[in-house]
Write a protein that binds this ligand. Structure first.
Ligand code: IPD
Length: 258
């Protein structure tokens, strides 16, 4: 593959912003006639829509740009330029008919997240970020909260069976003791997007996969927030701890986790 220039990134961003809408609409349409559900674990599911949306994204992006592709359902290999995709993040919420699910699409170039796109079709919220160009929600620039609301900080805490429930409960207890509120809505990508737009003050999860996190992480940093170095080590292929926050909470959250 030839080196990808800023023009190449701009072309990918322009195309992906249309494609992510198409992908979200496909998933929403397929929700009308929910097809048989695969059970990956007692709390982890996959639907026909997860496969169909990932196929749409993989076929389009690989054919058009010749980039690498890693998807939640079909896997893939790391590459210098690679799309990292969750076709439906928050599948359990999707199955239950909530609005807390989205399509999440990130492009990583030489180990740095360059593009992040998240579309939540039911809420019709389109989050976009390109490294160095800021972050938007439905076309309007967005910023992290800065705790300007003056209320107790709200920290969304994700959990999956990849980490013991006791460790998760311990984090919730420590947050509460430190005067912070916690929430869990079932989509890590949207939880991070909500940090970027100021609805959450932070998002924290002891282990999350790259396809759930990368787009949201770029949204947060481009919106003025702080995140841990998620891609350190084998974050891209094995996942990692994720912390993303308005900068005012950085030390308090690190203390909770220490
Ligand atoms: C899950 C969600 C959940 C997070 C888990 C993820 P999925 O992804 O993002 O909020 O806590 O770590 O696995 O299975 O809905 O795509």
């Amino acid at each position: 593959m030839n080196a990808i220039t800023q023009d190449g990134l701009a072309a990918r961003f322009e195309h992906a912003r249309t494609l992510v809408l198409e992908a979200g609409r496909l998933a929403a349409a397929m929700r009308e006639t929910l097809a048989p559900i695969e059970t990956k674990s007692p709390i982890d599911f996959c639907t026909e829509a997860d496969h169909a949306v990932e196929r749409l994204l993989r076929d389009d992006l690989v054919a058009r740009f010749g980039d690498g592709f890693i998807g939640e359902e079909g896997g893939g290999e790391a590459a210098a330029g690679v799309w990292v995709v969750d076709p439906i993040d928050g599948t359990a919420g999707y199955i239950h008919g909530t609005s807390r699910w989205c399509v999440s699409l990130a492009f990583v170039l030489n180990g740095r997240i360059e593009l992040g796109l998240i579309y939540a079709p039911v809420e019709d919220r389109l989050f976009l970020a390109r490294r160095g160009h800021g972050a938007t929600l439905n076309g309007k620039p967005m910023r992290v909260s800065g705790l300007a609301h003056g209320a107790a900080p709200v920290v969304e805490c994700g959990w999956s069976e990849r980490r013991p429930l006791a460790a998760y409960c311990d984090v919730l207890q420590k947050l509460t003791r430190d005067g912070m509120e916690f929430r869990r809505h079932g989509s890590g990508a949207l939880g991070l997007a909500d940090v970027a737009c100021g609805r959450n003050d932070a998002y924290l999860e002891l282990h999350i996969n790259a396809w759930d996190a990368l787009a949201g992480l770029l949204l947060v940093t481009e919106a003025g927030g702080w995140t841990n170095d998620f891609l350190a080590g084998h974050g891209l292929t094995e996942g990692n701890l994720v912390i993303a926050a308005t900068p005012q909470l950085r030390e308090r959250l690190l203390a909770v986790l220490s």
